[in-house]
Design a protein. Structure first.
Lengths: 382, 382
């Protein structure tokens, strides 16, 4: 029996696959960041980001992971004892909660079951009861579950108040529609290792004028992430930017702009629909009640150790999907269809899953999942 | 007259030139960071960093610029109203000052003229008068001036007290000797776009057990840079690490380890000596009284606009040196000999300088600076 070449298929919700053209862009000669030559590249990257955020607001480039941008949002908006609302329906809602508490916020938590969406009515009711709320923190796509929140409808509620709406769009941006200006979202944060098809190392944050007013008044001590410094130096950076990653960002936004935002959203929807048809055909049950198009979370069949299944897929087949976190560790599996992926990546993960499940004793017809995926692809005219 | 190809010579104190082997390492396939495959690469990078820091303490990898690591040091060590000493002899001493004040420190500033070193006696005297000082913040090489501080001697003073010694070695590490454990330095921070020969985007921080005790007691609100989380997850990362930059770090430390720390220090000394002989032969005056081997700062000759000279070198000749900052803007020039450089890079900058100075009306014998550089190189047996 011949040993196969093990190719690398990244089907976890970040880092996602990076096109070779973007990888090589990062291998270009490093130039000094305080030069007009560099600034031109950064400006192009920012212009593209504004398009992808669907905003005329500035988009600030941070040298950090996505969590850094989340901290930037909190430490620039939340002063000690400020009343704020945090929607918590998973690991990353919980991160908002921890950040807001760390920086002294008086937090009203709206806790939802993992994978369940908050309703605009719940937000409205909480805001009505607490007219002094300064900010509402929520999530476009909850990476730990694949659940989404109805940001457009939430924005319609929040923009009628003095509060600002802050959205963690780290894994959600580009995979799910978000129109920052049209919807009236005040703050959007993301990381580039997801829909932007880049290696990790840059986080992005955009602020509406309403949010910037709060930033200017905020008394929380901060320095590296102080957005006043970023606004003052914009489109330049206050500290050394990650030059070669910015080359890559500039290339990535060029590719994404050429594709067009509507098409980006639509291809993610098709990949999500196809994946779901496939896992359903295999008889698996969905985990998230209100799933978005970033990833599909499914219960691992009874009697199978999810950790071992994920490890088998990764180490034997080269397919990296994510397992569950916290109370669903070993119980769910998260298959991402995010970023630089095509229909055949969905075929690959479905085929791998069919073979792996059978190997682990879960008897399912080989090819059944792939067939269902193909049916969706054919129907969608892909 | 033919137009020349404009090659890119980075002679500013960061970013510094990146070897093509390191650039290409970053173009390798991105893998998921929560895998044993990735962790092996990060562990190798950390082992190399420990050697280059000359320490057995953990070295934490931060996804940030160097300023992020400086903030990590301050926000993890300085609680509100803690008495601390900050040595300020340039832009980056000033950054320690701003950071320490931002996070509520009760700062005793030792202010020195730009380019002038603090003495161990001054530190001792201030510590004797203030036995309740928690930390002393200083700088190995002050990037804005090229001045150095006597860290070994300062460490000998500080380690006799309960205070911890924190050294900004962002531009200094590898170009100037620093033996963290042997000298008793408690905290060292650096960035990789200097002596490490990498594109920017990673900062490094190492903490002695004495410093970690303070970290564990520190009450300053912090999250992204909370070193308790980094220590808990070590050698793994609490948040998504900049995967492809860590590939490059792993490659860079391999190359540097192979060269050997003593040789790295020695080649920086020779490049500094050669540069200084050259600029002296051109009749230029040095700016920093206590210069280290990272960069050579010189006064721009009377009557020449330093900003224009720096721009000419960059835009016409492709040689990026740095100008002056703040009160010496347009008045000094900073020529770095830092990182991935050889003797011929010194020859290039000297030759470019000779031609540019003559172009700007400062009459000096063509070849005189290069001759002096060559004499040092020959004498050193390079």
């Amino acid at each position: 029996m011949a040993k196969m070449i093990r190719k690398n298929y990244l089907m976890a919700p970040g880092p996602t696959p990076v096109p070779i053209d973007i990888l090589l862009e990062g291998a270009k000669d490093t130039i000094h960041h305080r030069t007009p030559q560099y600034l031109k590249i950064q400006e192009k990257a920012i212009e593209g980001c504004k398009y992808l955020f669907q905003t005329e607001n500035p988009v600030f480039i941070l040298s950090s992971s996505g969590t850094g941008a989340m901290e930037a949002a909190v430490s620039n908006l939340v002063s000690k004892d400020d009343k704020i609302i945090v929607v918590n329906s998973g690991k990353f809602g919980e991160r908002w909660l921890k950040l807001c508490k760390t920086f002294g916020g008086n937090v009203i938590e709206i806790k939802k079951d993992w994978g369940t969406a908050v309703t605009p009515e719940e937000i409205k009711e909480t805001l009505d009861k607490n007219p002094d709320v300064k900010a509402v923190f929520t999530t476009l796509n909850e990476t730990s579950t694949g659940g989404k929140h109805p940001i457009k409808e939430i924005a319609a509620v929040v923009k009628e108040t003095s509060a600002v709406l802050v959205v963690d769009a780290i894994s959600g941006l580009l995979a799910l529609p978000l129109k920052m200006d049209e919807w009236g979202v005040d703050v959007v944060v993301t990381g580039v290792q997801k829909g932007f098809m880049m290696p990790p190392g840059i986080a992005l944050i955009s602020m509406s004028p309403k949010a910037m007013e709060l930033v200017n008044k905020c008394t929380t001590p901060r320095f590296y992430f102080d957005l006043k410094a970023y606004a003052k130096n914009f489109p330049d950076s206050p500290y050394t930017p990650p030059v070669n990653l910015v080359y890559q960002l500039s290339k990535a936004v060029e590719m994404l702009k050429e594709e067009g935002i509507e098409n980006i959203w639509e291809r993610h929807r098709i990949m999500a629909d196809a994946t779901r048809a496939g896992v359903e055909a295999l008889g698996l049950k969905f985990f998230a009640k209100d799933a978005g198009d970033v990833l599909t979370s499914v219960w691992v069949p009874e009697g199978i150790d999810g950790g071992k299944l994920v490890k088998y897929l990764r180490d034997e087949m080269g397919i990296t999907v994510a397992g569950g976190q916290d109370h669903v560790k070993g119980k769910i599996m998260r298959i991402a269809h995010l970023g630089y992926m095509s229909q055949f990546d969905i075929i690959i993960v479905m085929s791998g899953l069919e073979m792996a499940l059978n190997k682990f004793g879960y008897k399912t017809e080989l090819g059944a999942g792939v067939k269902a995926v193909e049916e969706v692809l054919m129907r969608e005219g892909v």
